[in-house]
Design a protein around this ligand. Structure first.
Ligand SMILES: Cc1cc2nc3c(=O)[nH]c(=O)nc-3n(C[C@H](O)[C@H](O)[C@H](O)COP(=O)(O)OP(=O)(O)OC[C@H]3O[C@@H](n4cnc5c(N)ncnc54)[C@H](O)[C@@H]3O)c2cc1C
Ligand SMILES: NC(=O)c1ccc[n+]([C@@H]2O[C@H](COP(=O)([O-])OP(=O)(O)OC[C@H]3O[C@@H](n4cnc5c(N)ncnc54)[C@H](OP(=O)(O)O)[C@@H]3O)[C@@H](O)[C@H]2O)c1
Length: 459
């Protein structure tokens, strides 16, 4: 059975960051009707420094830490003259060029936020946008990003309310002038902490890097190649990790030599901390490592080992919360950053609701968002069918259990995936879902507005 565009479901895409444009592009080329809403006046989301959406976490010195060759979309290579680890504006320009190349800019409604999404009993989504209009859609693809809503330390450190200096989250760090001449304490061992401690080491009066646990620090290059392009990354996990651990031991060695805490986990059991510069700055004494903050008092920060420093600025690089301000909390929410999704894409109970880029890969997000979008579009066109509810639930439980076993218990590790393994998983899932669709085993996406065909016509 073939399907016509009038039978295809109508889709609302929320956000035109790198994930939203990946979805919009696939829907556009497959002729699936959609509207993409974007708060900002331009695409690129997080990669637009000073974005008018007011929620970009980028800062002046930001460069990608996943090499451009691993980050580019499959059918639109990044320009050869870009550095391996390009700057934010080069990446934002690439996303702009992508939209123009595939010709769907006019399908994005800029400076238009999605304010509320609800689902009627008949399955239709009612989407209220910032103009006040409420529109109907058969499906919603959420691509609002998960690195914009700051998570401050929970609970706040004792004395935080009386500290005389300034306290900010890394989300509000925009340029080095904020650090100039100050005594700075940076908290965290993720990538934000590394970048901000390094920036501070050149501009601040003094810099302390405090952490509640140690982290393995991965250089950007190994053996003259971007670390994420070493052949091992494409090997299965059981072979990849021992190999990578051995390589890392050879390159960075014992991190306690730099004064850092010994990690309480093996490499691969936490989101990777990538920095080509922090060890150098520690070695030069330009950054002083400390354990976790115990308390703040007046203009003093005390650490759990009893030592203390005077401080003018504390930068909490403590990660982000996964939130969806346009959903009622009882409808969809992610308490403690947990949201159960089948294959990290499909809501298992709400037909037609999918999420793009809601993963924390050991690798880049963009090719993943592209493949997730292909899965969503194929489902909407009838060429992919989800399995039954119990099977989805089992898969979700297995994934959660695997994360629990492997990763350090932390709210930053609820949506982890291994880039290559997950890309292969999505490929297998596409085939499995096509077989289910061909057998006629499918969950309906639309109820009143359109119908989904049973053949994999647009796959
Ligand atoms: C400092 C930093 C550095 C990073 N570096 C890397 C890296 O090197 N490599 C990598 O792969 N990942 C990196 N990441 C992860 C980052 O999440 C991705 O690079 C990428 O930004 C994800 O794209 P996205 O489209 O999912 O989200 P975003 O880039 O956050 O885009 C979301 C978009 O949705 C829009 N939006 C949100 N809510 C609404 C609404 N209600 N209505 C309409 N529009 C809405 C926003 O305006 C925004 O444009 C980094 C993250 C941070 C914070
Ligand atoms: N391209 C780049 O160079 C770049 C730069 C910045 C960020 N990023 C990306 O942006 C995303 C977010 O990174 P991020 O570094 O901002 O956040 P993150 O990866 O979530 O790291 C948060 C850090 O804060 C610590 N932490 C959290 N709560 C704490 C508390 N209450 N007390 C003490 N420590 C606490 C965490 O420790 P635990 O591990 O113990 O939880 C962790 O070390 C990641 O995907 C990252 O790769 C990329």
């Amino acid at each position: 059975m073939s399907i016509t565009s009038t039978e295809l479901p109508r889709v609302c895409v929320i956000g035109a960051g790198s994930s939203g444009i990946a979805t919009a592009k696939v829907l556009h080329e497959r002729g699936i009707p959609f509207d993409c809403y974007e708060l900002s006046d331009r695409v690129g989301g997080n990669w637009v420094w000073g974005n008018s959406n007011g929620v970009s976490s980028s800062y002046k010195s930001l460069h990608i830490n996943t090499s451009r060759q691993r980050m580019e979309f499959s059918d639109f290579p990044m320009p050869d003259d870009l550095p391996d680890f390009a700057r934010h504006d080069q990446i934002a320009a690439y996303f702009d060029a992508y939209v123009d190349h595939f010709g769907f800019r006019d399908r994005i409604r800029f400076e238009t936020g999605v304010e509320h999404v609800a689902r009627r009993d008949d399955g239709v989504f009612e989407v209220t946008i910032s103009t006040g209009e409420t529109l109907e859609y058969d499906a919603v693809a959420v691509a609002n990003g998960h690195h914009w809503d700051p998570r401050m330390p929970e609970p706040a450190f004792p004395g935080a309310d009386t500290f005389r200096g300034e306290q900010i989250h890394s989300h509000d760090y925009k340029h080095e002038a904020q650090l100039a001449g100050k005594r700075v304490v940076v908290l965290g061992m993720g990538n934000s902490a590394m970048d901000i401690a390094v920036d501070a080491s050149y501009h601040a009066e003094s810099v302390v890097l405090a952490a509640r646990r140690g982290a393995h620090i991965i250089p950007k290059y190994l053996f003259g190649k971007p670390m994420d392009q070493l052949g091992g990354a494409r090997l299965p996990a059981w072979l990849h990790w021992p190999l990578t651990r051995a390589m890392l031991r050879m390159s960075t060695g014992d991190l306690t030599r730099y004064g850092l805490q010994k990690p309480d986990h093996r490499f691969g059991e936490a989101h990777p901390t990538i920095s080509g510069r922090i060890l150098d700055r520690l070695a030069h004494g330009a950054v002083t490592p400390k354990p976790n903050i115990a308390a703040l008092d007046g203009d003093t920060v005390r650490f759990v080992d009893g030592s203390e420093v005077g401080a003018d600025l504390v930068v909490y690089c403590t990660g982000y919360r996964i939130t969806f301000p346009f959903f009622d909390e009882g409808f969809v929410s992610a308490p403690d950053n947990e949201l159960s999704l089948y294959k990290r894409v499909f809501h298992p109970e709400i037909a037609g609701l999918s999420f793009v880029g809601l993963v924390q890969p050991l690798g880049a997000i963009m090719p993943i968002a592209e493949r997730q979008s292909q899965l969503i579009a194929t489902q909407l066109a009838g060429g992919y069918a989800l399995p039954h509810a119990e099977r989805m639930q089992r898969d979700i439980e297995c994934r959660r259990e695997a994360i629990r076993k492997r990763y350090v218990a932390s709210k930053r590790h609820t949506i982890q995936v291994d880039f290559d393994d997950y890309m292969r998983e999505l490929e297998r899932e596409m085939k499995a879902g096509a077989r289910r669709a061909a057998r006629g085993q499918r969950r309906p996406i639309v109820h009143t507005r359109a119908r989904v065909a049973t053949s994999p016509a647009a796959a």
